[in-house]
Design a protein around this ligand. Structure first.
Ligand code: NAD
Length: 509
């Protein structure tokens, strides 16, 4: 959204050279508290000149940071972890206010982010190269992992603090400098990351924040000083980022959208499965790329499952998350997003889906202008329906009934996305089959949201990922480094010349 400067409303600054810096932008977006529907800030939409200045500051800071001993870079991360722990409550409250997550969801997301920073504390060991002594006569070979330079991160609205942390700790400890562009819908908590990194002793210019819309993203994607781009967001934008970034010679890792299927076998522990499905589908108001948004009931359990899910959803307390009262589920991000989810439910109903629970029209007395809807269950979906193929990104669970595990796996694999797929069962054989045949990058066996922890990569497939090296884990380190191989020959004094292939070293003769 572009709008004029709003009077009396906080304007979000940039983070440049370790300082909160006012932007010179003349276009702005509105930041809302989704719990109340009120505008709480305005975010500048930076123009290319301003973004160029920030990128150049990051470039100026690069040589010194690259040459800072790796253990010292790791120590900044140790201090950041301590500061994140200390400030987790405050950050969680900012996340809940700007995003609408419940307090416990915000805390959990921050904990997940801290785990990446903890992982990055091990960077001296994680970036150890290989060496072979005397590979050929008098020749030793070794590899080092070097940083790339200035790298950019572009993040989505649904995890305002955690997703930047998927990228920043690994990129920085590898020796890169960073320019972050948080989602314009939730730019507030990310600013705390800048401040805490500065407090942890990160030198000025190493981590910076710009704000904006497509203009900002496209400037980062085409700027000659940006060496790599990490993106998380919807599939069409991920594809755009991949296309434009790679065309401009950058390394790109771009995580896209998802439609994650949860298959329930007749032998599954029904109580546990229902609880897990409810939390996977409706947690964070369904605004998670790993949300189990489509249940697949195998055999004759469909009616029992849907009845239990609807009863569980009826008990969920939906309301504001900017105050302490015990909400189970908050609002969705904006009025526009809410209207989009509601329109898709309407479309599903017209296509023949049965509304086993209808969350539309929910009124929250304490916050009448918030962006609310209740948990919704669309039953009897068929694969050709729009709601079966589309990522709705709201608290909506689709249910399809099939006769066998084979049919369930086939249905899951026809879906164009490939983020998560989950099986609930007591059968080791069914689990084994599913692990090998399910066409998604992150598989859960009796785990409703199989989002990997920091030491494992976030391995989306198909339309959920564009690139070669995923975020987090070893792949994350490889993405932010380039390897250098050094071949050295030190002859003994007075030894004869090797002759033969001369300077072209071979291991034969
Ligand atoms: P989005 O694609 O609308 O926005 C993501 C980022 O791209 C934002 O910073 C935004 O400013 C920018 N952007 C938006 N439109 C653009 C355009 N036309 N050109 C260039 N840049 C643009 O995504 P969102 O709505 O903020 O986030 C929700 C989406 O993110 C969902 O699809 C969700 O599945 C996905 N997501 C994926 C993962 C994952 O790891 N696969 C994780 C979290 C969220």
């Amino acid at each position: 959204m572009t709008m004029a400067v709003a009077k009396g409303i906080e304007t979000v600054p940039l983070f440049l050279n370790n300082e909160l810096t006012p932007s010179a932008a003349t276009r702005f977006g509105a930041v809302f508290n989704p719990s109340t529907g009120e505008q709480i800030a305005q975010v500048p939409f930076c123009e290319p000149d301003e973004i160029d200045r920030v990128i150049r500051a990051a470039q100026d800071a690069f040589p010194k940071w690259r040459d800072t001993p790796v253990v010292e870079r790791a120590r900044v991360m140790f201090r950041l972890v301590a500061l994140l722990e200390k400030n987790a409550d405050q950050i969680a409250r900012i996340v809940s206010r700007e995003h609408g997550k419940t307090y416990s969801e915000s805390v959990a997301s921050i904990r997940r982010g801290i785990e990446v920073a903890e992982f990055a504390c091990g960077i001296p060991t994680l970036t150890m190269g290989d060496t072979v002594h005397n590979l050929a006569q008098d020749v030793d070979c070794e590899t080092y992992w070097h940083p790339l330079g200035v790298v950019a991160g572009i993040t989505p609205f649904n995890f305002p603090f955690m997703v930047p942390l998927w990228m920043v700790p690994i990129a920085l400890t590898c020796g890169n400098t960073f320019v972050l562009k948080p989602s314009e819908k939730v730019p507030l908590s990310a600013m705390r990351l800048g401040e805490l990194l500065a407090e942890a002793g990160l030198p000025a210019g190493v981590f910076n924040i710009v704000h904006g819309d497509k203009v900002c993203v496209d400037t980062l994607l085409t700027h000659p000083l940006i060496k790599a781009v990490s993106f998380v967001g919807s599939t069409p934008v991920a594809k755009h980022v991949w296309d434009v970034g790679t065309k401009h010679g950058k390394r790109v890792q771009a995580n896209g959208g998802a439609k994650n299927h949860i298959i329930v076998m007749p032998d599954a522990d029904m109580d546990r499965t229902v609880g897990a499905l409810q939390s996977s589908a409706f947690g964070c108001s369904g605004q998670r790329c790993m949300a189990g948004s489509h249940a697949v009931a195998v055999g004759k359990i469909g009616d029992t499952l849907v009845k239990a899910l609807a009863a569980g959803a009826d008990k969920m307390k939906v309301g504001p998350t900017d105050r302490d009262w015990g909400a189970d589920m908050g609002p969705v991000i904006t009025r526009e997003h809410l209207n989009g989810v509601l329109a898709n439910i309407e479309k599903g109903a017209k296509e023949g889906a049965k509304l086993a629970r209808d969350g539309r029209g929910l009124k929250v007395a304490d916050a009448p202008n918030g962006f609310y809807m209740g948990p919704t269950i669309l039953d009897h979906l068929t694969p050709e329906m729009h709601v079966s193929k589309t990522e709705l990104f709201g608290p909506v669970l689709g249910v399809t009934r099939v006769a066998s595990l084979d049919e369930a796996i086939e249905l899951t694999n026809k879906n164009p996305y490939g983020n998560g797929a989950v099986l609930y069962t007591r059968s080791g054989h069914a689990a084994r089959e599913f692990k090998h045949r399910a066409g998604a990058g992150m598989i859960g066996i009796n785990v409703g949201v199989p989002a990997p922890m920091a030491m494992f990569a976030f391995t989306g497939h198909d339309a959920s990922f564009f690139g070669d090296l995923h975020m987090q884990g070893k792949e994350g380190i490889m993405f932010y480094t380039q390897q250098k191989m050094i071949m050295s020959r030190w002859h003994a004094e007075g030894s004869a010349s090797s002759g033969g292939a001369g300077e072209f070293v071979t291991t034969r003769g």
